[in-house]
Design a protein around this ligand. Structure first.
Ligand SMILES: Cc1ncc(C[n+]2csc(CCOP(=O)(O)OP(=O)(O)O)c2C)c(N)n1
Ligand SMILES: [Mg+2]
Length: 645
């Protein structure tokens, strides 16, 4: 990657690090805290502050010109020049978030929702370190983000100056680009806009992600912006703003690869496995489903894939089906086209790893997951474009019985689940996932936390064509989930968050000032007083109940509704499905933020899941035996490890 002149790290400017203890006077040396004071010329400081203000105004102007719309700013002094420039901008909305960790996840949510990088700004010191979890998630989930940490100038580094830590390369390999241009100097003005532009472009490459600018500011920090350097002549708002929203591979396979792939997929028992990032637009999903139609291949569509739509080839029950040994054994594929991120079903992943099929991976960001080392090859390419290429060529479809068997199984499992989950008025964890999805208004977003919520949705929920499902599955953290949903809702898209109680309590700082933001956000907390997912793991059987509760169940005994109310957020608790639906719909109609806690019990939840799996197993048993009497044999809804945790 080429670097603009301003991006060269001016490390030579830094003084040789001192080995003196901070605060130890060095004979003849100037007190480091005084060095920031240009005492020789009383107007020099003001002039420098004006240069810094102009530098920041130029950055913000350029970011705004290129399509950036949102900045998340945490309070602090050292970041003053950029905070003021952002606040003065007409193009960029500023969202102030006290806690930097929450602020960073808010920026992540904005980036996920808009596919444009949000700016993220904090002061120097540990404030910057609090950005790290969200930066890692952005890195691994390919979410664009421009992270700006304010820093002390070079002469205050390594000398024990207050609120100063080593911020160089703070986020390690999690950023696409790191740059420390040093304190702004007037003669650098020709490159100021380049810095803003470079940061955007690097966060929006084929693999989008976070970039980190560590900007040093000298006191005094309040200056007046002067004339900005003129913008370049290469487009600006129109041209570049479009580019800002269109990152990732736009291409398909080259001819030779396409030819080989066509030969491999023709007349095969094939599957399309769609994870997050597969379809960005409805047209992308149409392309995937059109290929499925052409080849007669089922599409095992994860909830965040964008492909879990009402369509005869879409399979919404893959995890549940594959828990049935008879079904799993009788429906092994020969070829698997894996699109986007990893499908969240572990059962599916393990089955594919054992399948012996030829498997290929395509991801628009080149982040093709292959934890089982089973892919024959993978490409950074647009999944929709690859599907269009394959559908447009001459290929033989799969044998008709392959297509029919999957469709019959999906219909059987779907009918069984719909019947089982349709009955009864008490809210369970699976019914809550279904009701939360059903309540999202058309074109709204459902955000799900990485514990049972994401799984209940994947295992049990039917297709929904007009709702986008978002989950932080880059690193599967339960931190920052509410803040991520706040970021999504800051785009004024009706948003429902389905989260666990531990994840909710992990991120209560997202609730600070939330009511005043006025965003359309309903937070449904499945409250089972601890980590319910662990009850499905071998530890639950292997350990004494007391030890299990201490280390995994981890009950907290808090009333999550009261916690919300303590933050000024209206909250209620429900136990019935009717109550839940009324609460979500009422909140969405009224607008604003509301927390709805749904009471659950971790042990009862295990039983609820077992019952659902075994009901589907019985229904499938009949189906498989009817189709092939020799292939009978049920695993009784086997329920091994479900997940990462
Ligand atoms: C930041 C982070 N810390 C810890 C974990 C491990 N972890 C995964 S799920 C979980 C419990 C989540 O509990 P809750 O949010 O109540 O959801 P439930 O399991 O009850 O559905 C924990 C601690 C993680 N994934 N991320
Ligand atoms: Mg829980």
């Amino acid at each position: 990657m080429s670097q603009s002149p301003i991006s060269q790290s001016p490390m030579s400017q830094f003084p040789t690090p001192t080995t003196e203890r901070p605060g130890t006077p060095v004979p003849g040396a100037v007190d480091p805290n005084d060095r920031a004071d240009p005492t020789a010329d009383p107007t020099a400081g003001t002039a420098a502050a004006d240069v810094a203000a102009t530098f920041c105004a130029a950055l913000v102007d350029e970011w705004g010109r290129l399509g950036v719309t949102d900045a998340v700013v945490s309070p602090g002094s050292r970041s003053t020049p950029l905070a003021l420039a952002l606040a003065d901008s007409a193009a960029v909305r500023v969202h102030v978030v006290h806690d930097e960790r929450s602020g960073a996840f808010t920026a992540l949510g904005l980036g996920v929702a808009t596919r444009r990088p949000a700016l993220l700004l904090c002061t120097s010191g540990t404030a910057a370190a609090n950005f790290h979890p969200a930066v890692v998630e952005a890195h691994q989930a390919a979410v664009p983000m421009v992270v700006v940490t304010a820093d002390r100038p070079p002469e205050l580094q390594g000398v024990g100056a207050p609120q100063t830590i080593d911020q160089r390369h703070l986020f390690g390999s999690a950023v696409r680009w790191y740059c420390e241009p040093g304190p702004a100097a007037a003669d650098g003005a020709p490159w100021w806009r380049d810095l803003a532009r470079d940061s955007l472009r690097r966060s929006l490459g084929t693999t989008p992600g976070p970039v980190h600018l560590n900007l040093a500011f000298r006191e005094p920090l309040v200056g007046t912006a002067g004339t900005l350097p003129p913008p370049g002549t290469d487009g600006g708002a129109g041209a570049d703003a479009t580019a800002v929203g269109a990152s990732g591979a736009a291409w398909g396979l080259v001819d030779e690869e396409l030819g080989q792939t066509l030969a491999a997929v023709s007349n095969r028992r094939g599957l399309i496995v769609a994870g997050a990032r597969t379809a960005v637009t409805a047209a992308d999903a149409d392309a995937v489903l059109a290929l499925a139609d052409t080849l007669g291949w089922p599409v095992l569509a994860d909830a965040p894939s964008g492909c879990r739509r009402t369509h005869p080839r879409v399979v919404t029950t893959a995890d549940v089906l594959l828990r049935h040994d008879g079904f799993a054994a009788a429906h092994r594929p020969e070829f698997v086209l894996r699109l986007g991120a990893l499908h969240s079903s572990r059962v599916l992943g393990e089955w594919l790893a054992r399948s012996g099929a030829v498997q290929v991976g395509i991801d628009r960001h080149g982040l093709v997951p292959d934890p089982d080392h089973v892919l024959s090859w993978s490409r950074p390419a647009d999944p929709a474009e690859v599907c269009r290429q394959l559908a447009g060529a001459r290929t033989e479809p799969a044998p008709a019985e392959w297509t029919r068997a999957w469709a019959d199984a999906e219909a059987t499992a779907r009918r069984t689940l719909d019947e089982a989950l349709g009955a009864g008025g008490v809210a369970t964890e699976p019914t809550t996932a279904l009701d939360a999805l059903a309540a999202v208004p058309a074109d709204g977003v459902l955000v799900v936390s990485s514990s049972m919520p994401v799984r209940d949705l994947e295992w049990f929920a039917p297709a929904r064509d007009d709702v986008r499902v978002v989950a932080n599955r880059g690193a599967n953290g339960i931190d920052g989930v509410t803040s991520t949903a706040v970021g999504v809702a800051l785009t004024w898209t009706p948003t429902v968050l389905l989260t666990g109680d531990v994840a909710f309590l992990h991120d209560t700082n997202a609730l600070i000032g939330l009511r005043r933001r006025g965003v359309p956000l309903v937070i449904v907390v499945v409250d089972n007083d601890g980590g319910g997912i662990f009850s499905f793991l071998p530890q639950a059987d292997a350990l004494e109940p007391e030890r299990f509760e201490q280390l995994f169940g981890t009950p907290h005994g808090l009333d999550v509704a009261a916690v919300a109310e303590a933050h000024g957020v209206a909250a209620e608790r429900v136990t019935s499905r009717a109550g839940l639906r009324a609460a979500i719909n009422g909140a969405l109609t009224r607008g604003g933020v509301r927390v709805v806690a749904v009471t659950s019990d971790r042990s009862a939840n295990v039983a609820v899941h077992r019952e659902l799996f075994s009901r589907v197993a019985v229904a499938l048993d009949e189906l498989v035996t009817a189709a092939d009497p020799a292939a009978g044999g049920v695993n009784g809804g086997g329920f091994g490890n479900v997940a990462d945790r």
